[in-house]
Design a protein around this ligand. Sequence first.
Ligand code: ZN
Length: 201
Amino acid sequence: MPPEADPILSAFYDTGAYLRGHFRLTSGLHSPEYLQCALVLQHPRYAEHFGRLLATEFRRLEPTLDTAVVVSPAIGGLIIGHEVARALGARFIFTERDASGKMVLRRGFSVEPGETAVVVEDVVTTGGSSREVIEILKDSGARVLAAGSIIDRSGGAVDLGVPRVALKTLEVIAYSPEDCPLCRAGNPVIKPGSRPVHAAN
Ligand code: ZN
């Protein structure tokens, strides 16, 4: 299905958030496409809509879902987590990295033992950030009910140890730099969100 026709991807397409080119992903792999969630979520109407859809997916998992708190890793999870919390009638807090790079709750945020939580990100690729958030919550004694994201780029493969939902599940087209047809064609590779870097990468 072309992105223009997909109900979720069309929002990315319409807002210029569905990028085609030659990108270096966080994993180091190269890809001909990239979804820049921030470009969709700059529009509150899309953020609100996706938040409601994710809340509906969470309720589908657990019809009696009673979520006290939505927790997201900053920065990517901030806007969508906030909108999911609004739709669920929950509060919203976020984790961030301290000076040593460790994911922590700061700013006086805390969760109570036994409190019910869901974890929300914009995009799950390896699930690393969500996994770190889940660990923090479990260490605090919270009950993590589920995790969700707008996009699942793992093709559904990521296992976070809790039920997981996504509005759109995709298989990433990705090449190792040594085996990248776009590199072979001499196209400069771009790290999304920054300037082009040299083509030899
Ligand atoms: Zn390449």
